[in-house]
Design a protein. Structure first.
Ligand SMILES: C[S@@+](CC[C@H](N)C(=O)[O-])C[C@H]1O[C@@H](n2cnc3c(N)ncnc32)[C@H](O)[C@@H]1O
Length: 224
């Protein structure tokens, strides 16, 4: 279990010391952002091309940092993007970082995922490189809230590092964990979410964790 490895105060103190830059939010890996966005765009476009596709209406960027995903992925494809980010300096940097697309930014929620209950109105909820900051128990509760916040045909996306060792790996520096694939699958099941698509990000440098994208839908009540 992750409960003993995650300390929310320590994680927020870590992020408070990190500059509001691309390299800052990507831990020195700012140079992988373009490849990451390319992979995410392909994945998201394939979801938007489904027969029962979500509307290109309202997206939610969760643990948004300086708005990298809002700027390059969500604002170009959606009418409006709401943002959740606990760090004050990051949330204050979002509109200038997003630039000309800032007119598409809707509500900015300065809060943590484990405390947030989104309203039921989102066509896409995008979670990337943030779920490792939540304990398993809080993550299951949070994903359950996200599941209930999807509009008709809405889709929940998770894009996260996974371990190759098959075990949870702990990062003491920012008080986060990296989960193995099987742990995510177990958590999705407990949050009553089913996978409709899964892809591994390609073209990332060697030596970093594999990164997976999952598109998730609520399990039908008569399926469970
Ligand atoms: C690695 S950065 C990723 C930012 C963004 N998702 C991206 O891919 O560019 C992690 C972000 O998660 C935020 N964060 C950390 N713990 C969080 C929590 N419990 N709830 C919400 N956001 C959190 C940090 O403030 C930081 O902005």
């Amino acid at each position: 279990m992750t409960e003993k490895n995650i300390n929310y105060k320590k994680a927020s103190e870590y992020w408070a010391d990190i500059p509001a830059t691309l390299d800052g939010v990507l831990g020195g890996f700012g140079y992988i952002s373009d490849i990451d966005i390319e992979g995410s765009t392909l994945f998201l476009k394939s979801i938007l091309a489904l027969e029962n596709a979500p509307k290109p209406g309202l997206a939610l960027d969760c643990g948004a940092g300086i708005g990298r995903i809002t700027k390059h992925l969500l604002a170009p494809l959606f009418e409006r993007v709401d943002v959740i980010e606990p760090d004050e300096k990051f949330i204050n940097a979002i509109s200038s970082y997003v630039g000309e697309n800032k007119i598409k930014i809707g509500s900015l929620y300065q809060t943590s995922l484990q405390k947030f209950v989104p309203e039921r109105k989102y066509d896409i909820i995008w979670n990337q490189w943030v779920l490792g900051y939540l304990t398993d128990i809080d993550l299951i509760a949070y994903l359950t809230c996200c599941r209930d916040a999807l509009s008709k045909n809405g889709v929940l996306i998770v894009k996260e590092n996974v371990t190759s060792s098959g075990k949870i790996e702990i990062d003491e520096t920012d008080s986060s964990v990296t989960r193995p694939l099987k742990q995510y699958l177990k958590i999705f099941k407990l949050a009553k979410l089913k996978r409709i698509k899964q892809s591994k990000q390609t073209n990332f440098p060697t030596g970093i964790f594999p990164v997976y994208m999952f598109a998730l839908l609520p399990v039908d009540p008569d399926e469970s």
